[in-house]
Ligand binder design. Structure first.
Ligand SMILES: NC(=O)C1=CN([C@@H]2O[C@H](COP(=O)(O)OP(=O)(O)OC[C@H]3O[C@@H](n4cnc5c(N)ncnc54)[C@H](OP(=O)(O)O)[C@@H]3O)[C@@H](O)[C@H]2O)C=CC1
Ligand SMILES: Cc1cn([C@H]2C[C@H](O)[C@@H](COP(=O)(O)OP(=O)(O)O[C@H]3O[C@@H](C)C(=O)[C@@H](O)[C@H]3O)O2)c(=O)[nH]c1=O
Ligand SMILES: [Mg+2]
Length: 285
């Protein structure tokens, strides 16, 4: 099938390219999500068998200062993509985030649980979800969390950098979620895109994150253990690490629907981490 992917440089987009080298990957120059109408026009011109949107405004703190731009890129653009896909009968896979939730409680979030984002990034992603849903069509919104890979900017690479500079780091221990390797998300998106071509009625919102759920501090400890770096991680509360955007304390996602409908199980992120550290030449041998 001809697959059209928005994004070419991002973490998930690069992993999609590895697994679907024949797909068409659109860079910012070829399709700027700040111009939603142009994104719809590109889909119309390519007439693909399926579309995956792997591009987004992902700078969580900066979004607080640039909410209008984030909302165009994360809200209006996916809406325009979904609308043209629905009109032309093209399956559309869109990626969203745990940050649409307020992080209350400690139970995993169900796909139909009430959304209440704490910051501008989460609000912009929720705007995208709502626009995609209202377009109808054969869409899947796949919410994931805490994405990491060998490329781009992510918590693993930040920890490797800081761990090389310092003997002790203070990391928040009261935010809990599922770290997710970008490669596993890419594989899931491809499987879902194929599935939607056969079974468009399986549209809807689904969750997918790595297991087990951990705090950022525990995630950091596993990174240093696997990398063989002698760094002490001190648990701190969120209040001791002030940031422009508030982040959810409970990011656990209930991923059962994805397993039942698409037969995609939660991956063990510790195995994915090992592969990525190996790619980076940072795995302790
Ligand atoms: N990163 C994470 O921890 C999480 C991400 N997600 C979601 O997963 C998806 C993929 O994220 P991830 O791979 O980490 O993203 P990255 O931050 O690695 O990459 C973002 C991609 O979007 C592109 N992009 C940004 N703005 C525009 C624009 N105006 N026009 C065209 N392209 C643009 C970037 O291109 P360029 O290189 O030109 O800037 C880049 O390719 C997103 O929907 C994100 O919201 C969900 C949960 C967690
Ligand atoms: C660098 C550092 C971070 N932290 C904390 C801050 C924050 O709560 C947590 C993670 O920091 P980050 O900036 O990597 O996290 P952030 O960019 O908010 O990550 C999020 O990105 C978006 C795109 C998503 O969709 C989310 O699922 C999530 O992955 O670690 C420390 O406590 N100590 C440190 O030294
Ligand atoms: Mg970040």
């Amino acid at each position: 099938m001809t697959l059209l992917v928005f994004g070419s440089t991002g973490q998930v987009a690069r992993e999609l390219r590895k697994r679907a080298p024949d797909a068409v990957f659109l860079s910012r120059e070829e399709a700027d999500l700040a111009d939603p109408g142009a994104c719809a026009a590109v889909i119309e011109a390519h007439a693909p068998a399926a579309v995956i949107n792997a591009a987004a405004y992902t700078a969580v703190d900066r979004a607080e200062e640039e909410e209008a731009l984030a909302t165009t890129i994360n809200g209006a653009a996916p809406g325009a993509m979904a609308w043209i896909c629905a009109k032309q009968g093209i399956p559309f896979v869109h990626i969203s985030t745990d940050y649409v939730f307020d992080g209350s409680g400690d139970a995993p979030w169900a796909t139909d649980a009430k959304t209440a984002p704490l910051g501008a990034y989460g609000r912009s992603k929720l705007a995208g979800e709502e626009a995609v849903q209202s377009a109808g069509g054969a869409y899947v919104i796949l919410r994931t969390s805490w994405v990491f890979s060998a490329h781009g900017s992510n918590f693993v690479k930040t920890m490797l950098r800081l761990g090389g500079e310092r003997e002790k780091l203070t990391i928040v221990a009261d935010q809990v979620g599922g770290p997710t390797p970008a490669g596993d998300i890419a594989a899931a998106c491809l499987k879902i895109a194929h599935h939607l071509q056969e079974t468009p009625e399986h549209r809807g919102t689904f969750h997918f994150s790595g297991a087990p759920d951990v705090s950022w501090a525990d995630f950091a400890r596993e990174i240093f253990a696997q990398a063989g770096l002698d760094v002490t991680v001190e648990d701190i509360p969120t209040s001791a690490y002030p940031t422009p955007a508030r982040r959810p304390a409970n990011s656990r996602l209930d991923c059962e629907g994805t397993e039942v409908v698409f037969e995609i199980a939660r991956p063990d992120w510790r195995a994915g981490l090992r592969d990525i550290l190996k790619d980076l030449g940072a795995l302790k041998t």
